[in-house]
Ligand binder design. Structure first.
Ligand code: ADP
Length: 450
């Protein structure tokens, strides 16, 4: 088993990883930017190393400084969390060449699956159902030709995409050229890569993804699925497990996800993402890292995914077997952001003047907040996740409403009431959800007194 791990991340995910390391008796090294010296992860870890200035490019994305911190503190492994360097094949390769274990798949697999158009090509070969479209990057002419063939509406998507950026909807062919160049420009600015591909737009689908775990002895299991259809601008807001889909479809999706992992000789934790419409499912991408929404799978399966990632990276054979995993009840997660929904979701950093965390059976609060913590304005606005478990979906919704009502965060604006408004809608309770939910009901969802 690994003895010392450096966590190349910040915020709630860094705290979350440190907790699992402590429970396994593993020493931890935190890294932090100058703006994060008072962050919880710096205090929770056994050691902490400043890796640079405030901007992410000079700190959390600074590969050389992070590797040096690992070497200087004697850390044998690096957990990248999510975001930052978690899907950066170059970083995984750098770790490998410095004899540091990267907790995730190999650089080769990250490279294959990280490029979304390349991943689609591989998944086609593996026989996983794809959204109709180009399996590879296209030029304007190729795109236009294919667009004529598959028809509108369609999506232009960035190969290096993430967080819904570099994506454009085309509703009529005469808009294609403009949308093509605008997607390319956004992709170039966000990811330094302007490659794009096209896909049929599946109107108002559900987003359903399968969590998998694989070790180097070719054992692959799934930990069930998550429904992440409650999204704003293609970014997830609420996630739950299990999804409201038929058992037949669920079973097909598990098989496809395992086939996907098998085909690329996947190792460690990963997520295979699909859009679902009318009992049909289509692969959209694979994330080769831990996901923000992993706690809902942990709540219904009882498996600590971070601990499994560490055991797998240590070279151990997975003790978990598919038939020893039993799912129980329903779990829902809401993402709490420091933002003001009524002011177009404008970020609201600042000092947390008072914090009260809800208590009770089946409530989990993954967050980096503490009273008097000053949320810096430089990074993501997510300040935590509130996750609850219930015996069934309705029970989980009720528990989550009660927990959200009890939660107190003073001093900054948050999306707490907005999340509550989602949970209060009859259509949500009925489970009548797809990715258009927030856009469709936005007026109602913003109709609260703050
Ligand atoms: P990113 O990596 O930027 O998050 P994804 O490919 O994961 O991009 O897609 C993000 C979201 O965009 C999905 O969850 C879904 O809501 C929507 N989406 C992506 N592809 C399609 C599609 N072909 N049809 C309809 N919606 C899609």
């Amino acid at each position: 088993m690994l003895q010392k791990i450096l966590i190349a991340n910040r915020g709630e995910i860094a705290d979350r990883i440190i907790r699992s390391c402590k429970q396994l008796g593993i020493d931890t090294v935190a890294v932090y930017s100058q703006a994060d010296k008072d962050s919880l992860h710096v205090h929770l870890a056994d050691e902490a190393v400043c890796i640079g200035k405030t901007s992410a490019t000079e700190s959390y994305l600074n590969m050389e400084n992070i590797i040096s911190a690992a070497i200087n503190t004697g850390a044998e492994a690096i957990h990248p969390g999510f975001g930052f360097l978690s899907e950066n094949a170059k970083f995984a390769e750098l770790c490998e060449s410095c004899d540091i274990t990267f907790i995730g798949p190999s650089a080769v697999v990250i490279e294959k699956m990280g490029d979304k158009s390349m991943a689609k090509k591989l998944m086609k070969e593996a026989g996983v159902p794809l959204v109709p479209g180009s399996a590879e990057e296209v030029t304007l002419e190729e795109g236009q030709k294919l667009a004529k063939k598959i028809g509108c509406p369609l999506l232009i998507k960035a190969s290096a995409g993430g967080g819904g950026r570099g994506m454009r909807i085309v509703r009529s062919l005469d808009q294609f050229e403009k949308a093509f160049y605008s997607a390319k420009q956004e992709a170039k600015a966000a990811f330094g890569n302007d490659g794009v591909y096209i896909e049929k737009l599946i109107e108002n689908p559900k987003h359903v993804e399968v969590q998998i775990l694989a070790d180097k002895y070719k054992n692959i299991i799934h930990l069930g699925e998550r429904d992440c259809s409650i999204q704003r601008r293609n970014q997830k807001v609420i996630e739950e497990a299990p999804a409201m889909i038929s058992d037949k479809l669920r079973d097909k999706m598990y098989k496809a996800a395992i086939k996907a992992a098998e085909y690329v000789s996947y190792e460690n934790a990963g997520t295979v993402e699909f859009v679902v419409k009318d009992d049909e499912f289509f692969f959209i991408e694979m994330n080769t890292r831990i996901q923000v929404e992993h706690p809902v799978s942990e709540m219904i399966s009882g498996v600590d995914i971070i601990k499994e990632q560490i055991r797998i990276a240590s070279g151990e054979e997975m003790q978990l077997k598919q038939d020893s995993i039993h799912f129980s009840g329903h779990a829902i997660e809401v993402r709490l952001n420091a933002e003001n929904p009524k002011k177009n979701f404008q970020p609201s950093p600042g000092r947390v003047e008072l914090l009260h965390i809800p208590q009770g059976l089946g409530i989990r609060f993954d967050s980096m907040l503490y009273t008097d913590y000053e949320i810096p304005p430089y990074y993501d606005s997510m300040i935590g996740k509130l996750i609850v478990h219930g015996k069934d979906r309705l029970d989980a919704i009720r528990n989550l409403r009660a927990a959200l009502e009890e939660l107190i965060i003073e001093g900054i604006d948050t999306n707490q009431y907005f999340l509550m408004m989602i949970l209060m809608q009859d259509v949500f309770v009925k489970g009548d959800i797809d990715t258009s939910f927030i856009e469709k009901y936005i007026e109602r969802l913003l109709d609260y007194e703050a």
